[in-house]
Ligand binder design. Structure first.
Ligand code: BYC
Length: 328
C-alpha cells in the first residue's frame, strides 16, 4: 500500500531543503492540478508535507481515541450479536489507526513521535470523541451518524493528491460502510422500539447534534488550512460543503423515523443549502484544545495503554533475540 516508502526524519529534512525552488513548486502544482498522485519519494513543498503530517496524524489519533467511547460498551452490549459486531468494529478502528500512522510515517515523522505528541496534548484528534457515550443509544448514534459523517469526509479525501493517504482511505471506507450498516440497524431498531428505547435514542441524538456539526471543522470563513489544502488537492471539498452534504444525506433519514433535531432553525433553503443556528463554535474551540467533557479521561486511558504495552514493544524490538519456533 505504501510501497515500503518509509522516509526517515533526516531524509525528509534533506528533501525539504529544496522547497523554495519556484520551478520545482510550479512543476509540483501542475502535476497536482492534473490529478496525479504524489508519492513519498517525490519532491513536495515543505508546507504540503507539514500539512499532510498534521492532517493524517490527527486522523490516526482520532481512530484510536475514537475506539474508546464504543470500547466501553463492549461489556454492556444488550445481546451477543450486538457485542460481536461492536468488538469487530472497535478492532477495525484500531486497524484504521495503524494504516494511517503508516501513511503519515511515509512523510518523515516517526510513529513514536506522533504518539508522544498525542499524549502530551500537542496533537489534536476529532472533537466528537471528547464526549461521553452515556447510554447504548449513543453507540447507535456513533455507528450511524459519526461513521456516516466520517464516510462523507473520507470518500472525498480519498480522491486527494497524496497516494499513501488516499489508498489507506479507500480501504478504510470499505470497512466504514459495514460500520454504517450496523449503526443504522441499531439506530432503526431503537427508533422503532419501545417508548423508552425511542426516548433514549432521542436524548442521545440531542446530545450529538452539535458535536456532529463541529465534526467537519470551522466554517469556511474561519478555516485556516482549507485554502492551501484545496489548492494542493488534499481536500477536495470545503468544510461547509462536507457539512452540507452530510445534512443532506442524513437529516431526512432521521426525520423519517419521527425523531427530531434540537434546532428550530435547521432547514434547507431554496438554494439547497442547509441553514442552522450557531452551533456554539466556542464550545468547539474549547473541546479541540483539550477542555471538553472527556479530553482528560481519553488521554489518561491512552497513557495507561502506552505504559502497559511498553514491555511488549520492548520485547519485539530486541533485535538480538532469537525467534522461538512454535512447537505446532
Ligand atoms: N476536531 O483549518 P481547519 C472516525 C482543527 S475517525 C478536532 O478547517 P482542516 C471514527 C484543525 O485541525 C475520523 N479538530 O482544518 C473513529 C485545525 O487545528 P490545527 C476522523 C478540528 O484540516 C472511531 C483547526 O481546527 N476524521 O470517524 O483544513 C470510531 C482549523 O481547522 C476539527 C478525520 O480526522 C475537528 N472536528 O480541516 C468511529 C478527517 N476540525 O491543526 C468513527 C481528516 C478542525 O491548525 N481531517 N479542527 O491546530 C480532515 O478532513 C480535516 O482535517 C478537517 C478540518 C475537515 C477535519
Amino acid at each position: 500500500m505504501y510501497g515500503n516508502a518509509y522516509i526517515s526524519p533526516e531524509e525528509a529534512k534533506q528533501m525539504q531543503s529544496q522547497q523554495d525552488d519556484p520551478k520545482q513548486l510550479a512543476l509540483f502544482e501542475a502535476r497536482v492540478a492534473k490529478g496525479e498522485k504524489v508519492e513519498p519519494g517525490d519532491w513536495m513543498p515543505t508546507d504540503y508535507r507539514k500539512q499532510l503530517i498534521r492532517m493524517i496524524e490527527q486522523h490516526a489519533h482520532s481512530e484510536i481515541v475514537g475506539a474508546l467511547p464504543e470500547g466501553t460498551w463492549i461489556t454492556r452490549a444488550p445481546n451477543f450479536r450486538r457485542k460481536l459486531a461492536l468488538i469487530a468494529k472497535v478492532q477495525d478502528e484500531i486497524g484504521h489507526g495503524q494504516l494511517l500512522y503508516s501513511a503519515a510515517e511515509t512523510l518523515g515523522k516517526t510513529r513514536e513521535q506522533m504518539l508522544a505528541d498525542l499524549l502530551s496534548g500537542k496533537s489534536k484528534y476529532s472533537n466528537v470523541f471528547n464526549y461521553p457515550a452515556k447510554t447504548w443509544a449513543d453507540i447507535a448514534v456513533i455507528g450511524f451518524l459519526v461513521d456516516g459523517a466520517a464516510i462523507v469526509n473520507q470518500v472525498i479525501n480519498s480522491k486527494g493528491s497524496y497516494g499513501p493517504y488516499c489508498r489507506a482511505l479507500e480501504r478504510i471506507c470499505y470497512e466504514e460502510s459495514f460500520h454504517l450498516k450496523q449503526g443504522h440497524d441499531n439506530f432503526v431498531y431503537l427508533a422503532t422500539g419501545t417508548p423508552q428505547q425511542r426516548n433514549m435514542l432521542q436524548e442521545a441524538l440531542n446530545r450529538w447534534y452539535r458535536p456532529l456539526l463541529h465534526f467537519f471543522g470551522p466554517s469556511d470563513k474561519a478555516s485556516q488550512h482549507s485554502e492551501k489544502l484545496m489548492k494542493w488537492r488534499v481536500k477536495l471539498a470545503s468544510n461547509d460543503d462536507m457539512r452540507n452534504q452530510f445534512l443532506d444525506q442524513y437529516v431526512p433519514k432521521i426525520l423519517e423515523l419521527d425523531l427530531t433535531l434540537p434546532d428550530p432553525n435547521l432547514k434547507k433553503n431554496d438554494a439547497g443549502i442547509w441553514e442552522f443556528s450557531d452551533p456554539d463554535w466556542d464550545e468547539f474551540k474549547r473541546v479541540i484544545n483539550g477542555d471538553g467533557p472527556c479530553n482528560a479521561e481519553r488521554l489518561a486511558v491512552r497513557r495507561y495503554a502506552e505504559e502497559a504495552g511498553r514491555w511488549v514493544r520492548n520485547a519485539l524490538m530486541r533485535k538480538e533475540e532469537k525467534y522461538v519456533v512454535p512447537l505446532a
